[in-house]
Design a protein around this ligand. Sequence first.
Ligand code: FES
Length: 346
Amino acid sequence: MPHIHYLPDDRTIEVDDDDIILEASLRAGISHTHICGGSARCSTCRVLIVEGLEFCSPRTSPEEELAKKLGLEPEIRLACQTQIAGGKVILRRLAIDSEDLESFNDQMTGNSISPPIGHEKKIAILFADIRGFTPFAESLLPYDVIYVLNRYFQKMGYVINRNGGMINNYMGDGFMALFGLENPDKAAEQAVRAGVEMLEELEKLNPYFETLYRHRLRIGIGIHCGLVVVGNLGASESQTVTAIGDAVNFASRIEAANKKVGTSLLISEETYQEVKELAIVDRCVSVEIPGKSGEYPLYEVVGMPPLPVEIEDISKVEKSSIWKNLVNKLLALSAAVYNWIRKIWS
Ligand code: FES
């Protein structure tokens, strides 16, 4: 017999095959919001199917229409339109109090940019931090601190964006960037390439800081790929995308491990497995990660091959076949040199 387990109530009820979730809730005395009375017009009955989506009926056409309008993920279902058959479903009711309802209402009227619930995704997370920034900042005027940080963040932000990521959180002189929010296929490669380019960009920036402040910036970067819950945080007018989960904490700890190991760019085993055909790795070290037991292998990345150049990007090159041939030959040559260097290196 099918069962429904309700969260956050932590209560299980037995239902008949083809029972509608909302009807089953009300019959069992579980308070389940349903402002439009079950006609797929309000979305307040919506639930997150945590487990057992395969035991839920396909969306009805009114539900399909509303889900499309609100951009609901497949696991968010309208309880008034969903039948259960054959197995156990674990679900979380999403409208628990009046604030949830207000948030849903904002979404229905288009005042909120996204649903008030996160989605699980596999992405790459990059943490970066400036080494020894606090003593350096103490020697500067506050105006100069802001100036240096903005200059640094601007350059790094450009590198992150160019590689398909986005900085979603600044923490003093550090930041977190996410890759693969739209398309997770190349998230690891994009993040590692961004990490390598950040170090190159810093090398170009440092003579400038040396001239102005007689100081070179050094940074530590940590990258990890894993499952996180991605969602929007904040009031509707100032929401930002963020990621929460163990993978985020792990990426942050990898960044911190650079200090211990004396490196600038470390990546996790999971990330390494996705970029090992491309990344130039100097060494692998085993490091204890605070809050976790045992040692974890971390890889120091020192290079990535450049991305293939699109002919359209070379604005000064005429798009004649002679130039195309020449550029393609140069690209093939640089790829051959790169592979040759990698072989020697390894
Ligand atoms: S009760 Fe309104 S959509 Fe289900």
